[in-house]
Design a protein around this ligand. Structure first.
Ligand SMILES: C[S@@+](CC[C@H](N)C(=O)[O-])C[C@H]1O[C@@H](n2cnc3c(N)ncnc32)[C@H](O)[C@@H]1O
Length: 342
């Protein structure tokens, strides 16, 4: 399944992210996830919340906060996690540890999460609701006034702009998360599924293939994990690239008009024998020109001005430069022949 050819997901991993990931435990399956988050955060369709399902120790949460700060994005980040891990309910002890229990581990992870967000997202703290995603979306549906793990009040509900799904990766749970997200996601909004790559053993990989086939979403990237955009937004890659072309054409037209204006002023001054002024405007025209071939004309005019100033050597130099760019420039050839005969 090929991702959309109109976009390039630029790599964005940097030094800050290195330091963060050294200090903040996490389960980021690939740095490409962060590239996708970076793209989503730069192209959000609106100011509605960003949702993260499954925060663990806060690595992805803190990365999202950092990207928000980097791009000046104010959309609130709302996350949910109950810190009850898949497979952890089957035994009391952590693995074969004789001393550490799952309960202690869970408490430790939650405390780590709080410590990590208080350090790395302290100027833009996420709201984290301590529930499973099903319950979270139930609260969301009912626009519930809730309390986050830091004791702050938040009114849940409404549209969302981007969802990072990294909770329970089984087909059934990931599908419910997707359907809930899809319900609230704006047109042009984004969904990134962790652990959904084609070589993943998780059920979420089946789900992402269904989403591709359904056709309601644009597949932006699946270099590894699947990253989607809901169709119908004004921020779709094809529309953005069309707008960019239009903008470039407009800029080029403005540059062309300015260049023409300077060129005309240069010619006018040359005609009136105001040679220094003429030189100034020709060089401005040259500087603003969007077209490469104006360079030859520029040297031709400089040569004519040098001739008027009776600076033969300079005139020859400019004519040669002009002919090196346009070898069959007739007038330049004629001038140079005449000068060579002197
Ligand atoms: C893979 S970890 C998340 C890793 C984290 N995003 C990071 O970058 O380090 C999965 C997390 O999802 C949580 N989780 C599992 N099932 C969930 C569910 N149904 N709703 C919300 N969170 C869930 C787990 O408690 C765990 O912390």
């Amino acid at each position: 399944m090929n991702a959309n050819p109109n976009i390039i997901i630029e790599p964005c991993w940097n030094d800050y992210m290195n330091w963060l990931s050294f200090a903040n435990a996490g389960m980021l399956s690939s740095r490409i996830n962060v590239d996708c988050m970076n793209y989503a955060i730069q192209h959000l369709p609106s100011q509605t919340p960003i949702i993260e399902i499954g925060s663990f120790c806060g690595l992805s949460t803190n990365l999202i906060s950092y990207l928000k700060e980097k791009h000046g994005v104010k959309n609130p980040l709302v996350t949910c996690d109950k810190w009850i891990f898949e497979g952890s309910e089957t035994t009391i002890s952590l693995g074969d540890s004789k001393t550490i229990t799952h309960k202690e581990y869970r408490e430790f992870i939650k405390e780590s999460y709080i410590r990590n967000i208080n350090m790395f997202s302290r100027y833009d703290l996420p709201y984290t609701i301590e529930v499973f995603s099903d319950e979270f979306f139930n609260l969301w549906k009912n626009n519930t006034q809730s309390q986050d793990i830091l004791g702050r009040e938040i009114q849940l509900g409404g549209k969302i702009s981007f969802c990072y799904i990294d909770g329970n990766h089984s087909y059934k749970c990931a599908k419910r998360d997707f359907e809930n997200c899809d319900h609230y996601l704006e047109k042009g909004g984004f969904i990134l599924f962790d652990d959904s790559a084609d070589d993943s053993n998780w059920g979420v990989n089946l789900l992402v293939k269904e989403i591709v086939n359904e056709g309601k979403y644009i597949l932006l990237d699946n270099t590894l994990n699947y990253f989607f955009q809901k169709k119908g937004g004004k921020n779709e890659p094809a529309i953005l690239s069309f707008q960019k072309t239009k903008e470039n054409q407009k800029k080029e037209k403005i540059r062309h008009d300015i260049c023409l204006h300077y060129y005309q002023l240069g010619s006018l001054h040359q005609k009136n024998n105001q040679l220094n002024e003429a030189k100034k405007y020709f060089s401005l025209a040259f500087k603003h020109s969007p077209a490469p071939n104006i360079e030859a004309g520029y040297f031709f005019h400089l040569a004519e001005i040098a001739l008027a100033e009776k600076k033969t050597a300079k005139a020859k130099k400019h004519l040669k430069k002009c002919l090196s760019l346009i070898p069959d420039h007739q007038k330049a050839k004629e001038h140079l022949n005449q000068l060579n005969q002197i």
